[in-house]
Design a binder for this molecule. Sequence first.
Ligand code: PAF
Length: 290
Amino acid sequence: MEIIRSVNWMREKARTARAEQRIIGLVPTMGALHTGHIALVRQARMQCSLVYASIFLNPKQFGVNEDLARYPRPLEADFEKLTAANAGGLFLPDAADIYPPGFSTYVQVEGLGDRVEGKARPGHFRGVCTVVLKLLQIIQPHFAYFGRKDAQQARIIQQMAHDLNLDAEIVVCPIVREADGLALSSRNAYLTAGERKAATILYKALLAAQQALNTGTRDAMELRRITRKIIAGESLASVDYLEIVDAETFEPVVRIAKRTYIVLAVHVGKTRLIDNLLIDPVGSDLRLEL
Ligand code: PAF
């Protein structure tokens, strides 16, 4: 698998591939790849004739007190995983090539980007959208793939693509979980053995909400109470936020009536983990996706 390190070379390669009528897929990542990322590559391979992954640890989406400095960077292992998944190429740019001196243009999805995760991490989605737009501009993919674990990120990127008339179709893929339910995340690597066990509390809390929904609960306050109570039972965990929001706007809802997310961010020890449950009313039934 070829590694492409410069923006200009990446643009050139992608332009040639388009001229050759290749269908290009992009899987943007920050590295420390896990099975969830590889599932995105596999999905991309089903739809596209050429799949690029990018690894760029984007400084602009980390707050000052966040984990940029300690974020894992196992580049060799990442390379092997992408090769095994038959990715067509890896775009691995330097920060100085993505943000050259004088860089001063940012993308902000207003409203949607300021709620929930955006409120907890000011500036985060501005950094995400800016780098994702740049990657889409450089590679010009037909499809770009994102995981539903970062549900608000995926929704914001779809909004950006719509608002800015981008060519790429944004594809949102299911959450990939460990056997005990923990959603895969590069940040799981920070957890000690004890914290790793405790981290299943996010999944257990969402399972409790799922059970309540299946037995008829539709009141958001009651669902929050049930979910919070489960997390309160785990001494290593503390809730950053737990919200029940409209799946389009990420504004709080009072009752479950249309597509809704239960989204949560929980500190387990020093590690902040996020997860969600998608609630999709279909007629008089509910489709629930963990
Ligand atoms: O989800 C991520 O890994 C990052 O936010 C992304 C989309 C690669 C942008 O840096």
